[in-house]
Design a protein around this ligand. Structure first.
Ligand code: SF4
Length: 692
């Protein structure tokens, strides 16, 4: 018997915890925590402890599949890659470069993301490349890059422990980032004040010193109220504002139109509470802001993030250890896939595709001519599928679960000339594909992931992929060669070495240096030790930019026909579209069925009891799931997790987009609720009908 212990990184959330896979005779039998890991230090959440459970699942894709009249048929790799290259090229040749689009992935490595965007850009001369960061932190990247010069978490995960105040906006980190929540609780145990702003009474809200049950989408009014109070009482850091920022006068002028009573009326938070948390935040020695999708997934998501940046700069709570503005990234490599330029307007390292100097640097390295016009975002690609977009290549993404209004997405994807999906399971999106390529999972490849605190970490191969499946690095190289591109990488390490020459924030990073604890970017040179917090003496853009945040309420408010507000989100035992966690025995036993959280008052009015079957409907569709009665949601609202394909929450959500980042408004739309008749009730009713 051969036993190996392979150190690698958890494949789930952006905490990027260290795990050790125990491999017996080529099979992973156990996941253990890595006591030496710089972030998790021997701790894992339930997902991490069971990270191996989906790896050897019998549903894994084991050979390329081509769809014919009788469904999918296995075909050899050579044929599959010939078809892929021919079909993608045919769409570009017939309809023009922008008829091809590619969706990269926050689940695959940095090197694979880098190759994917390079293949789309150089192979088809289009910038139509994006990934699901658009659907979680698109506004963060847009607003923080504009205001501060970098869209990433400003501080490190360990910095939370040293903060004396932490304010969480729209983040249920207890479910989404458990190890980070542990650090926040550690800070609180040491005396830090915890403030939670959330319409739902989440676990952090229940454990907070101050809980602000804000109205849906009213973050800008609340923050404006706080800033007004800070200025009225001279609590701002005027030295910081003068020395480190610009455009403050415009924001100050705008605050004059936000008197406290207006902030109170829209936010639903009382004036004393607004004043209290404003004072605490402004006076704290080191105050850290944490935010997540409760801030970003709104049609004013980018403006929400600007409001947060304004508040932090007003009080000088950024550019210091233990303070900062900290967006928690959801998926394991969502930070890295953005860093790698899997974005329609940015080349690797956040370098603008419209800048001729930037393009010529990449053109010289890649020996090609690059397109200068930004491409389509995720939602634009699917929205234009069948019209302008004729062929889409999707790597390890599942828009049939993650995009808003999936009934519409399905219709659109069916109109394509060619849909190719590369994944480890036959996902809801792969089922619609013309061609499916079997990829490898995290445990079957080498490469790097970048976690939410900008830490680039090594991913180590523990086992072989099943059947004929191969890692995405190999698939991309072979496909690029079929497209006659100049790709000749021997291993992912060579990709990182090329990347380091083109992306200054990764300039000093190579695989050898990542061996022990990884490195936090910016790491511009080989003697640089990485950066634990950003914007110390100057912001990455020079002076921090105050931006007036335009408040707009949610686009679809409740009305007599659809009287409830629907909110969607994640839960502790599952991850993203459930592709992996729902194939984990332990995790799926812990959380097996879809449910809707309903306030008991709403349930009573509709004669709904605990665990009754209910139908939730919006103008886009309806789903049936189980009722979970709880006072954690406010009366007049519902919460549904989006992991369950049998009751997909995104059949209900709508496509209202933030105009800047193009993120959909997942956090509020109008819905109605009804008790679903049981089969017995329906039989009874039909008999009644016959009687009549
Ligand atoms: Fe994995 Fe995130 Fe859990 Fe850590 S907190 S073990 S990275 S899912």
């Amino acid at each position: 018997m051969k036993i190996d212990f392979i150190k690698t990184i958890c494949p789930y959330c952006g905490c990027g915890c260290g795990i050790i896979l125990e491999v017996v005779d080529g099979n992973i039998v156990k996941t253990l925590p890595d006591k030496d890991h710089p972030v998790s230090r021997g701790q894992l959440c339930i997902k991490g402890w069971n990270a191996h459970e989906f790896v050897h699942h019998p549903d894994r894709l084991t050979s390329p599949l081509l769809k014919g009249k009788n469904g999918f048929q296995k075909i050899p790799w050579e044929q599959a890659l010939d078809i892929a290259a021919e079909k993608l090229k045919a769409a570009a040749d017939k309809y023009g470069p922008d008829a091809v689009a590619g969706l990269s992935s926050a689940r695959v490595s940095n090197e694979e993301n880098y190759l994917f965007q390079k293949l789309i850009r150089t192979g088809f001369s289009t910038n139509n490349v994006d990934h699901c960061a658009r659907l979680c932190h698109g506004p963060t990247a847009a607003a923080m890059a504009r205001a501060l010069g970098s869209g990433a978490m400003t501080n490190s995960i360990d910095d939370f422990v040293g903060a004396d105040l932490i304010i969480m906006f729209g983040s249920n980190a207890a479910e989404t980032h458990p190890i980070i929540m542990g650090k926040i609780y550690e800070a609180r145990a040491k005396g830090a004040t915890l403030i939670v702003v959330d319409p739902r009474r989440t676990e952090p809200a229940k454990n907070a010193d101050f809980y602000l049950p804000i109205n849906f989408g009213a973050d800008i009014p609340l923050i404006n109220g706080m800033m007004g109070h800070i200025l009225d009482n001279g609590l701002e850091d005027s030295f910081f504002v003068t020395e480190r920022t610009q455009n403050f006068e415009a924001v100050k002028k705008n605050l004059a139109s936000w008197p406290m009573d207006k902030a109170v009326e829209i936010s639903g938070i009382g004036p004393n509470m607004i004043a209290k948390v404003a004072q605490l935040y402004a006076k704290a020695k080191s105050a850290s802001i944490v935010f997540c999708m409760g801030i970003t997934q709104h049609s004013c998501g980018t403006a929400n993030v600007h409001a947060i940046c304004n508040l932090a700069m007003l009080c000088g709570q950024v550019g210091r250890q233990n303070a900062g503005i900290n967006p928690l990234r959801g998926q394991n490599n969502v930070q890295g896939s953005c860093d790698m330029g899997a974005l329609p307007n940015l080349l690797p390292g956040y370098q603008d595709v419209t800048d001729p100097g930037v393009r010529s640097k990449f053109e010289a390295s890649w020996k090609t001519c690059l397109p200068s016009t930004p491409g389509l975002t995720v939602t634009e690609m699917t929205g234009q599928a069948g019209d302008n977009v004729k062929a889409i290549y999707i790597m390890a993404e599942n828009p049939m679960m993650s995009d808003p209004d999936i009934n519409h997405v399905r219709e659109r994807l069916k109109k394509l000339d060619f849909l190719m999906v590369q994944d480890i399971f036959l996902t809801e999106t792969a089922q619609l594909a013309d061609l499916v390529l079997p990829g490898a999972c995290f445990a079957e490849k080498t490469g790097t992931f970048t976690n939410t605190e900008r830490r680039v970490q090594l991913l180590r191969k523990a086992v072989l992929p099943p059947g004929e499946a191969v890692d995405d690095f190999t698939i991309l190289n072979r496909l690029a060669q079929k497209l006659n591109l100049d790709f000749d990488y021997k291993n992912p390490e060579e990709v990182m070495d090329e990347l380091a020459t083109l992306v200054p924030i990764y300039g000093g990073i190579n695989f050898t240096r990542l061996e022990s604890a990884g490195l936090q970017w910016p790491c511009p040179s080989h003697d640089h030790q990485g950066t634990s917090f950003l914007h110390k003496d100057n912001f990455s853009r020079g002076k921090g930019l105050f931006v007036v945040p335009d408040y707009t309420p949610p686009r679809e408010m409740p009305d007599p026909e659809y009287p409830l507000v629907l909110v969607t989100g994640r839960m502790f035992c599952h991850y993203h579209t459930g592709t992996m966690t729902r194939r984990s025995k332990t995790l799926s036993q812990e959380a097996a069925h879809p449910f809707a959280q309903i306030h008991p008052d709403d349930a009573l009015a509709l004669n709904i009891s605990q665990q009754d079957s209910v139908r939730v409907s919006t103008r886009r569709g309806s789903i049936v799931l189980s009722a979970r009665l709880t006072r954690d949601v406010r009366p007049g609202s519902l919460f549904i997790p989006f992991h369950f394909a049998e009751a997909p929450a995104n059949a209900l959500t709508h496509e209202a987009l933030d105009p800047v980042s193009k993120i959909p408004e997942f956090k509020a739309c109008a819905a109605k609720l009804a008790k679903e008749e049981s089969k017995e009730d329906r039989k009874h009713d039909s008999r009644k009908g016959q009687d009549i």
